[in-house]
Design a protein around this ligand. Structure first.
Ligand code: SF4
Length: 357
């Protein structure tokens, strides 16, 4: 059955007319779904009983609770969601069918509470095609695109949903490779008829998948985070196969065509490997490459749990790199690692909670 979650106001108005309700009921539906977060049609008391019955016969709201969770000693929480192909028409309309033979796949989301904010890291695909060597998710292979409803459900259905202040699209998958549904979900989060969040509260990540990236830059005002990891193309392609198709230099040239001084912010994610990408040679090239682009760099500790040929940089080297880049004019921070003990840190999402189900 088709889900209402993820639908635009215009689509909800069309649905209202289809089931014999007045057009303005579409606005009421949007309010029930995105603002009041209704989980049942029976909650929608300002819609006629007959209208609710007609909706029930053809649609679901599309909310599914996570089926397992793990809590880290640092407070990070990881959730497992089951994604099924029951909503087949919705997927086939959008070329988003799951590729798994079981017609059912699993994805994870990570809740990161801090003193003054609470962030959810959402997945946009089940597994991933990009095959980054340092990322455990990449080892899962690709099992399908998530729909806007699958993405929004992660945000709406975790127990701490109403505490969320920020969303990052940095879980399983490359968001720009599923842009249609990513944009739909962003629209529902930021539109006045939806959750009305400021786009400043949402960051979407990318390895630099150019076709999607261009459209994202045109159609969204949300922040962007690029996974950079090495400023030299020949070295970058050793760990990030995407570099063979879309060069980092093309990505940076594209980014330089946009205005980053007002609302939208760009940051670069940089996992540090000892003697591989944390040297003076790399630091100088980073400054050269990013010159003229108002941005920040987040240095990330490499996690021991991820299988890779090279060990992560030590603390001293990361601090040196941070200070060198900052002195060179790019604000650089070292990102605190969260949830390593439950495999919830960056690049560690491999649906390990499935065993707990
Ligand atoms: Fe995919 Fe991102 Fe992992 Fe690369 S880092 S394999 S794009 S999930």
């Amino acid at each position: 059955m088709n889900r209402l979650l993820g639908k635009t106001l215009e689509e909800l108005q069309t649905i209202a007319l289809e089931v014999g309700l007045p057009r303005f009921a579409g606005k009421q539906l949007a309010e029930w779904i995105y603002i009041r977060r209704a989980t049942s049609f029976d909650d929608m008391t300002n819609i006629s009983l007959k209208g609710r019955e007609a909706l029930k016969a053809r649609y679901t709201i599309g909310r599914h609770a996570p089926i397992a969770e793990a809590i880290s000693k640092d407070g990070t929480k990881k959730y497992l969601f089951r994604i099924s192909n029951n909503e087949r028409s919705e997927r086939s309309n959008s070329n988003s069918s799951l590729t798994s033979k079981s017609e059912e796949v699993y994805i994870e989301s990570v809740y990161l509470p801090e003193e003054d904010r609470a962030t959810l890291c959402v997945s946009t695909q089940a597994g991933c095609k990009m095959g980054c060597k340092f990322c455990m998710t990449g080892t899962l292979g690709f099992h399908g695109h998530l729909t806007a409803a699958d993405i929004l459900n992660q945000i709406f259905s975790i127990p701490d949903s109403n505490k969320l202040t920020n969303i990052v699209y940095m879980g399983e998958g490359e968001p720009m490779d599923n842009l249609e549904h990513v944009l739909r979900s962003l629209q529902a989060m930021t539109a006045s008829w939806g959750c009305a969040w400021s786009p400043k509260r949402v960051t979407v990540s990318s390895v630099g998948y150019m076709p999607g990236l261009k459209r994202f830059l045109e159609e969204s005002e949300c922040h962007l985070a690029i996974s950079l990891h090495n400023p030299f193309g020949a070295e970058r392609q050793e760990v990030m196969p995407i570099e063979k198709r879309y060069h980092l230099t093309e990505v940076i040239d594209l980014l330089k065509q946009y205005d980053w001084t007002h609302q939208r912010r760009i940051s670069f994610e940089y996992i540090c490997w000892y003697n591989q990408n944390d040297t003076i040679r790399h630091a100088k090239e980073l400054l050269r490459l990013l010159k003229g682009l108002p941005c920040r760099i987040n240095l990330i500790r490499f996690h021991a749990g991820v299988d890779a040929t090279f060990p992560g940089s030590n603390e001293r080297q990361m601090e040196w790199l941070r200070d060198y880049l900052t002195a060179g004019g790019i604000t650089t921070t070292i990102r605190r690692s969260r949830g390593e003990d439950i495999l919830a840190a960056c690049g560690m999402l491999v649906n390990s909670l499935k065993e707990k189900e």
